[in-house]
Design a protein around this ligand. Structure first.
Ligand code: NAD
Length: 261
């Protein structure tokens, strides 16, 4: 039995990847698609019998779970309606503002919500490897993250880079809000001991690349992941959608879906 899914933003880069990936799977099927009123896809059929709508309530009524790779504004608006219907959610949108995060927290009180800054299997493996390295090497090794993305990406550093930084901080017993360093410019003096840097590079059509560096004296360790196809995120999110229906209300991430906890 395939799980019906509502897709948000089918005209976007990830929305298109989700619709294409869903067509190749038998565990999920697209039951509805929601996009902005001015989307060129409005009213068009994007899957058998599924036309794009701008009506949130109608789109959410069609399936027990929705997948959201959009913007903070859309994430908040849709989560508020989903809360009334107790609809499960898979959230890939990054750079969420406080209002969107609050709406997801409220939704997770009544429905299961999987949220992850990165839905690829490889990046989730990388998070575990990075934590292991940080624990083994300790704070005397300087940790820095460099991420590359396409030129249309809005938020920086990427949600994934922040997730990697959080994993390093947690493994070293640090509070990322105190030690995160996301820009360097001017006469800033030597590197502050223990800080965790995350720097963004933007250009072209790069799908997403992350490298965590650990600099020791006379040596360094690099742990890298390179995404070359958005299909990896789409398949991860669709797998999460099939997994999350029927789970208890609460927040989950991709490690729960992959059984890596
Ligand atoms: P995009 O700009 O190509 O697509 C965004 C889509 O959202 C568009 O279709 C747009 O019309 C739609 N949208 C905007 N407002 C809407 C509204 N009010 N209602 C319905 N739809 C609305 O962006 P993208 O490259 O697809 O990325 C989207 C988000 O996903 C970003 O935050 C990005 O960082 C994130 N992302 C996450 C992962 C992951 O694995 N978690 C992977 C890739 C991208």
């Amino acid at each position: 039995m395939s799980t019906p899914v509502t897709i948000l933003g089918p005209s976007g880069r990830m929305g298109q990847a989700l619709v294409a990936a869903a067509a190749t799977r038998d565990d999920v099927r697209v039951a509805a698609a929601l996009d902005r009123g001015d989307s060129s896809l409005q009213g068009k059929e994007i899957a058998p019998g599924v036309s794009v709508t701008a009506l949130i309530d109608a789109a959410l009524a069609a399936a027990p779970v929705y997948i959201d790779f959009t913007t903070s504004t859309a994430t908040r608006a849709v989560a508020e309606v989903a809360r009334g219907r107790r609809i499960a959610a898979v959230i890939g949108t990054t750079g969420l503002d406080a209002e969107a995060n609050a709406a997801l927290t409220a939704l997770a009180e009544v429905a299961p919500v999987v949220a992850a800054p990165n839905f690829s299997v490889g990046v989730n493996l990388m998070l575990g490897l990075v934590a292991q390295a940080a624990r083994a090497l300790g704070q005397s090794w300087d940790a820095e993250i460099v991420e590359l993305h396409h030129k249309a990406k809005r938020d920086a550093p990427s949600g994934t880079a922040l997730g990697i930084a959080r994993a390093i901080a947690l493994a070293r017993g640090q509070d990322l809000t105190q030690v995160g360093r996301y820009s360097r410019d001017g006469d800033i003096g030597p590197r502050v001991a223990g800080e965790i840097g995350a720097l963004a590079v933007r250009g072209g059509d790069v799908v997403g690349e992350h490298t965590a560096y650990f600099f020791g004296a006379g040596e360094r360790v690099e742990i890298s992941h390179r995404a070359t196809d958005r299909a990896i995120f789409a398949h991860g999110a669709l797998r999460a959608a099939a997994w999350v229906v029927g789970k208890k209300p609460g927040r989950y991430d991709m490690l729960d879906v992959l059984g890596m906890r």
